[in-house]
Design a protein around this ligand. Structure first.
Ligand SMILES: [Zn+2]
Length: 236
């Protein structure tokens, strides 16, 4: 099944915290969305990779996302190797997305910025006819970067006020991460804490554009506007 939008993320539960509301909104508009997680989170303190994969599947259903796959690259030590780029490029050919969502290219966690770099280079490779004889070339039209983890001014914000609760339910599908488990308790916030934290972040970005909840994105290209009368985000 090809998709209109493909979110590529380092870890299961990244999408639920960064661009899940946007995916839900686009599916509600009639687009097909997919998620490709690069690692299964096998270095995580809580839960097993099998649990996280099952939870990721459940979260995808909550977000109305039709296709979610995991490439099982090594967690916490993701590397931009030629084989990783090739594997990802072939997957992009299979998904055939028009739009790819990547994490922002700078950040605290190496897996996140490596995913941005890997994703960008794989989007280029996937357009090369001679890359692989079994799959058709496909180069995504647009790459957008989810910047919620980065302290940068977004190029645009998507209003997710109507999708925020569904996104929160998707995140709470990761019961091994956010449930009442004792192991590593000091590292993992409880449900109320995570609700307040994500709510505050989404309110901050929503406030930038005059809506309740928002998700921020950065694009490298200048944005094209067709109708200045229909532009959103009130000036005064
Ligand atoms: Zn992550």
């Amino acid at each position: 099944m090809s998709v209109d939008i493909l979110a590529i993320a380092a870890h299961p539960d990244d999408v639920e915290q960064t661009c899940g509301g946007t995916l839900i909104k686009m599916v509600e508009k009639g687009y097909r969305a997919g998620i490709l997680d690069l690692t299964a989170g096998d270095m995580g303190t809580r839960g097993t990779p099998e649990q996280r994969l099952a939870e990721a599947g459940e979260a995808a259903r909550v977000m109305l996302v039709g296709r979610r796959e995991n490439l099982h690259f090594p967690d916490a030590r993701l590397e931009n190797t030629i084989s990783a780029r090739m594997t990802l490029a072939i997957k992009i050919r299979e998904f055939q997305p028009r739009v790819v969502i990547l994490p922002y290219w700078q950040g605290r966690h190496p897996d996140h910025y490596r995913t941005a770099e890997l994703g960008y280079e794989a989007c280029f490779l996937s357009g090369l006819r001679k890359l692989d004889e079994y799959t058709e070339p496909h180069r995504p039209y647009k790459i957008i970067y989810s910047s919620v983890y980065a302290n940068v001014t977004p190029s645009f914000v998507v209003d997710i006020s109507a999708q925020f609760e569904r996104r929160m339910s998707a995140l709470l599908s990761y019961r091994s991460q956010f449930g009442a488990v004792l192991a590593g308790k000091e590292l993992f916030p409880d449900e109320q804490e995570i609700r307040e934290r994500l709510g505050a972040v989404a309110r901050f970005y929503g406030n930038l554009v005059g809506v309740k909840y928002g998700e921020p994105f950065v694009v490298k290209e200048t944005m094209l506007v067709e109708d200045i009368v229909q532009m959103g985000a009130r000036s005064i």
